[in-house]
Design a binder for this molecule. Structure first.
Ligand code: UDX
Length: 439
């Protein structure tokens, strides 16, 4: 099939490359010409495992190309995926749909014949009819445009795998779905034939699928972090507790790792926007739990700062603190709402000299937090430190030998904000080790 992907960020660039991998001819469209140039050179403008390989392979084979032109995109094929970002409003909790509607308007102006527009962007429930009306009002094709809702559940750092082999495929249509459904099923034939559960539903349910999946994931993380608070008070070990809880198949261990909590471009924003939308719909009470999920998540960062102060003898003012981790999680260079950087910035504001090290995210961290110090080498970053904080669990940090490191620092104290360092080994090397929620 010939298809386009409008909006080539984490979601769209990955989707475009994966659709080419499935055998389609793909044109990615983005209004950022710098991004278009990088993508056309067969690289991603961000770090995502396996994505560079796919981009290189398919830009070379000619199956994948990128453009900045809506006219070219509209003329390219009759299936258009929309992967435009929906950020949080700067002064509120709801989504800012301006970029989405702007993309829809510009695409619509050039679509002249029957087409399916399949939206992947995360939106408040109730957006699909607005997209349909806008498309039909503004496009010369009018009623010949159909809208499908195809939420995306990919995790950064596993984006290619999650796109090619998703847990489930969700396709949302309105009552006139016949043609759009056939087009989407044809597009995803290989994924469907691989046995992927495929759920066809209405627009609103498809929109809610993404919001509620992320709300549930966030709730699971905050649940275990609330247990960490209880463990601290009771002298219990939240790591062991999570292992025990996770043995129950109804609970499951994945997504139940305690620590510094969730960040990133999705969970925090999606949670708040979901609550805002529920308020608009008059069912805000139903999502009261999500306000608490957000609050618990914020407390993880506060608890870490409190613990850092405690280990520094009551104040971090004038102390040298090394932070391992800047990305919001390992495997990505994405620093959006990064818990690690939030803690680093707070400690800096409290008077500490903070040096951050991260395998992939230092360039973007430098731009957003210019007052912090940075070091490529995590070992050099720890030179003369009064305190070491392990805040993003890159595997390379867990492999660092704590013995020689102990002689570099001023004070061999570490807070493991992710619970993935070998605490016994670090203690044996002479370190004082503290982990949230563990004795
Ligand atoms: C998430 C959803 O997983 C994905 O389905 C959706 O499409 C987009 O949002 P992502 O933001 O890439 O994906 O990351 P995820 O792996 O879910 O982690 C989110 C945050 O939660 C990270 O900061 C991570 O460190 C934290 N986390 C995750 C925990 O603190 N504990 C866990 O057990 C799992």
């Amino acid at each position: 099939m010939k298809l386009t992907v409008v909006g080539c960020g984490y979601l769209g660039a990955t989707h475009a490359a994966c659709m080419a991998e499935l055998g389609h001819e793909v044109l990615g469209m983005d209004s950022d010409m710098d991004k278009v140039a990088v993508l056309n050179s067969g690289r991603a403008p961000f770090f995502e495992r396996d994505l560079d390989d796919l981009l290189a392979e398919h830009t070379r084979s000619g199956r994948l190309r990128f453009t900045g032109s809506y006219a070219e995109a509209a003329a390219f094929g009759d299936l258009h995926f929309i992967g435009v970002g929906t950020p949080q409003q700067p002064d509120g909790h709801a989504y800012d749909l301006t970029p989405l509607f702007s993309a829809i308007r510009q695409l619509a102006a050039h679509v002249s014949g029957p087409a399916v527009v399949a939206v992947k962007s995360t939106v408040p429930v109730g957006t699909a009819p607005r997209v349909r009306d806008l498309l039909r009002d503004l496009s010369p094709a009018g009623e010949a445009i159909e809208v499908a809702w195809n939420p995306e559940f990919l995790r950064e750092s596993h984006a290619v795998e999650d796109t090619l082999r998703p847990d489930r495929l969700v396709l949302g249509f309105d009552a006139e779905r016949s043609w759009a459904e056939a087009v989407l099923r044809q597009c995803f034939t290989k994924i469907i034939e691989a046995g992927t559960p495929t759920i066809v539903t209405d627009w609103a349910t498809a929109e809610l699928a993404k919001a509620s999946a992320n709300a549930f994931l966030a709730t699971k993380i905050s649940f275990v972090n609330a247990m960490a608070e209880v463990c601290e008070a009771a002298g219990a070990d939240v790591g062991r507790l999570a292992d025990i809880l996770g043995q129950d198949v109804r609970i499951g261990r994945p997504g139940l790792s305690p620590g510094l909590g969730f960040g990133g471009g999705c969970l925090p924003k999606d949670l708040r926007s979901f609550v805002a939308r529920a308020d608009e719909l008059g069912v805000g009470r139903s999502l009261t739990i999500l306000r608490e999920v957000d609050a618990i998540n914020g407390r993880c960062r506060e608890r870490l700062v409190t613990l850092a102060r405690e280990l520094c003898g009551g104040t971090v003012d004038g102390k040298r603190i090394t932070v391992w981790g800047a990305a919001f999680k390992p495997g990505t260079d994405d620093i959006r709402d990064s818990p690690a950087l939030a803690v680093a910035q707070k400690l800096h504001e409290l008077g500490a000299t903070v040096t951050v090290s991260d395998p992939k995210a230092l360039d973007s961290a430098r731009k957003l937090h210019p007052a912090l110090d940075y070091a490529d080498d995590p070992i050099a970053a720890a030179q003369d430190a009064d305190l070491l904080l392990h805040l993003t669990e890159w595997p390379q940090f867990a492999h660092i030998d704590p013995r020689p490191l102990a002689s570099r620092v001023t004070s061999s104290k570490v807070i493991d904000g992710r619970g993935t360092l070998d605490a016994d080994d670090w203690r044996a090397a002479g370190w004082t080790v503290r982990t949230l929620g563990r004795p």
